[in-house]
Design a binder for this molecule. Structure first.
Ligand code: NAP
Length: 308
């Protein structure tokens, strides 16, 4: 039976540490500021961006949300980013994805000054990550590494299998694991015999976006399983199949019309040594690492040392 990893509790711990660093930076005369740009009315993005601004403010930092209409053009978004690049009270800029289809996401993400790129998606920061000297690491992968560190889960020499090769999760977490001396295999939709490759993992990371795809046939006894997926599950039959009759998930569905599930099948809990829940696992850590990146960005711009 796996031990559940409480991402919300770890996030609280990290946020308390961030708040202490914020005070140090403020004592040196700088108030860290984060701007969150939201284009359009994507319901999940509205919730995420509000949460990011609120958490930032609760840690004593300045934060604002810039809302742009669904019809905004690439040029209009670029103009907004450029204005934020020039503001000395804004140290971190985040443009929430997904962007509406007419906006060229790559152009927008590349327009953010690398030193203000708190998501760590700019090619300069991707290069620094690959070279092993990133200051601003992508938040979800950095949050996953905090799980290993804070639970004293060994990484060095371990076999790590990452399912998913996105620029946001799969690739960067693979690099971070490699820098910590894991032996890393990256899998994707064209990987052959995926369950048997995954079964080699001491550390298995699922960042796929397919509800409960990773079942017990993918997992070796005692593996550490990190479930990054966040999927809305609406089918009552599927919810019953995964969680059983009488599960709280059915009440969740009755209230909202869906329940959030990860990429990992609940049955894996019986085989793994550690496992992250969805929700409440990796998600809260992503926000905590964004907060850490905002104070890091502000400190680096003012040449102040933090998290020493
Ligand atoms: P993505 O860009 O869609 O990438 C998905 C990856 O999974 C791709 O590399 C794809 O392979 C691979 N894949 C798809 N189906 C597969 C299959 N049947 N077998 C093996 N590999 C398969 O997604 P993402 O942005 O990395 O996000 C992944 C999941 O994590 C989503 O559910 C997302 O909502 C969640 N997420 C959560 C957080 C958080 O904070 N908790 C943050 C980011 C993302 P190909 O490359 O071959 O297409």
């Amino acid at each position: 039976m796996a031990q559940w990893i409480d991402g919300a509790a770890l996030a609280k711990q990290i946020e308390a540490e961030v708040a202490a660093e914020v005070q140090k930076v403020q004592a040196a005369g700088v108030n860290p500021g984060l701007a969150v740009v939201l284009v359009g009315e994507h319901p999940a993005s509205q919730v995420y961006t509000r949460g990011k601004v609120k958490t930032c403010q609760s840690l004593g930092m300045y934060s604002e949300r810039i809302e742009m209409p669904e019809s905004a053009t690439t040029d209009e978004v670029l103009f907004a980013v450029d204005s934020l690049n020039q503001r000395s009270d804004i140290h971190g800029i985040l443009v929430q994805v997904p962007l509406p289809p007419q906006v060229v996401a790559r152009d927008v993400l590349q327009a953010i000054l690398p030193d203000k790129d708190v998501d760590g998606f700019h090619p300069v920061n991707v290069g620094r990550l690959a070279a092993g000297n990133a200051v601003l690491k992508p938040c979800t992968p950095a949050g996953i590494m905090e799980i290993f560190k804070r639970h004293r889960i060994p990484v060095r020499g371990q076999r790590a299998v990452v399912i998913g090769r996105s620029d946001i999760v799969g690739k960067p977490v693979s690099l971070l694991l490699l820098h910590e001396d894991a032996t890393v295999t990256i899998c994707h939709s064209k990987t052959r015999e995926l369950p048997s490759v995954a079964r080699e993992a001491d550390i298995l990371i699922a960042a796929i976006g397919r509800p409960a795809l990773v079942d017990d046939t993918y997992v070796k006894d005692g593996a550490v399983v990190i479930d990054v997926g966040v999927n809305r599950l609406e089918s009552l039959d599927k919810i019953r199949e995964l969680f059983g009759e009488g599960s709280q998930r059915l009440a969740d569905h009755a209230r909202k019309g869906y329940t959030l599930v990860g990429d990992v099948h609940p049955r894996v809990h019986e085989k793994a040594s550690y496992m992250t829940p969805v929700p409440g696992g990796v998600g809260p850590l992503t926000v905590a690492m964004l907060m850490a990146n905002t104070v890091r960005a502000a400190a680096a711009q003012a040449r102040i040392s933090v998290f020493a």
